[in-house]
Design a protein around this ligand. Sequence first.
Ligand code: FO1
Length: 454
Amino acid sequence: MNNCHEIDQRRARRLNLRQDQRGPVIYWMSRDQRYQNNWALLFACQKSRQLQQPLEVVFTLAPSFLGAPLRHYDFMFKGLAEVEASLRNAGIPMTVIFGNPAETLPAFAENRRAGAVISDFSPLSLVRHWKQNAAAAISCAFYEVDARNIVPCWLASPKQEYAARTIRPRLGALRKSFLTPFPQPVALCQPDSLLNPPINWDGLLEKLDVDRSLKPVTHLVPGEAAAEKRLHRFIDRVLDRYADKRNDPNAEAVSGLSPYLHFGQISAQHAAFQALRSMASQENRDAFIEELFIRRELAENYCFYNEKYDVFDTLPEWAKATLMEHASDQREYLYTPEEFEQAKTHDPLWNAAQLSLVETGVMHGYMRMYWAKKILEWSASPAAAFDIAIMLNDRYALDGRDPNGYAGVAWSIGGLHDRPWSERPVYGKIRYMNASGCKRKFDVPRYIASVTGE
Ligand code: FO1
């Protein structure tokens, strides 16, 4: 690719009104933890060349990131170690700073006498508050680059969209100009950086004050290289049966990219670009693009325009009304959050789904719907169900704390991006799902056995 490729300016927006100064360029890497195919890093490289200033990457280690346990930090740090090595090869230093980014980032920029600060994009409230506060305190230009979405979130739509059918045409219209390949990152060379001592990620992990009871996963290799390998394996061996088999948890017909996407270890745009170039049939490619592009960017749109994406009260009015009408319906089974957490329900299929989440940090996409809908059916109230599903997903899923998870729970339990269906107890008009539906779609005992090993 041409390295002098100009980056589409619509991918970036200013977070304050200050100008670029004479001073080093800082990329605050947070959500997009990768070296390749990262528009925020590329924008920072471009800035470094334009200003003729060196580039430095900083990662802010927040004291407690929404209660993330060791499992997540282990996955993240192994990925970051790989990023650090790639940056080092390119002559770009990386530094980790500790504490609340709203304070530590401006202090770091001040200390370096930065000329421009660049951040990647996140629609999540915590990160937005950090940025809002940092923007006021940073004394040079502060930019945000949407390196996560194919179509920048603020451009895709000016408002919260109702459903996939309403955002699809918008994304479709912008797809051609944004679904491009990526140039290589080239910053102004800074040979001194090669002398930086390597970051001791293992040491950092040991010092972190996090819940250590949830051990690192062993079935997934974290990092950019592993993500790339998985993408190509998926495209070569699996994509051809994606449309037909993605809802069968026994078929191994999904991409498994979700944890990598969450930590930004792979770019969705790159994955989409590669899948579209493949030999797979149009139907299979379309089905994958629907999940990876349309549904994922619909979830980003939901969180971006709805600050309360993780509270029950935010659900569509029709859904709240119907759920409240049925709030006092008799529940056939009723479980506490602890019983759900420990997979102690009467239903072996539900327990298997929960167990796979606890043990592997991953749950098959189709089972996620069943899992959330049964939490609604067997909880004391719809609002309690909503909170339990989010709590369990954030705690155990490697891709928790992500717009996908919040939109997924709101869709399954609260009718978000969906329509009213025929009315029934507890669910009201929320789309229903049961075990017989699963039995028609896949071999349920086989799935249970694959999780429990029995
Ligand atoms: N991003 C950071 O910039 N600093 C962190 O300390 C941090 C911790 C973390 C822990 C678990 C997890 O799932 C994600 C984490 N992230 C962190 C990255 C995260 O992907 C995004 O910043 C948010 O998810 C916002 O989208």
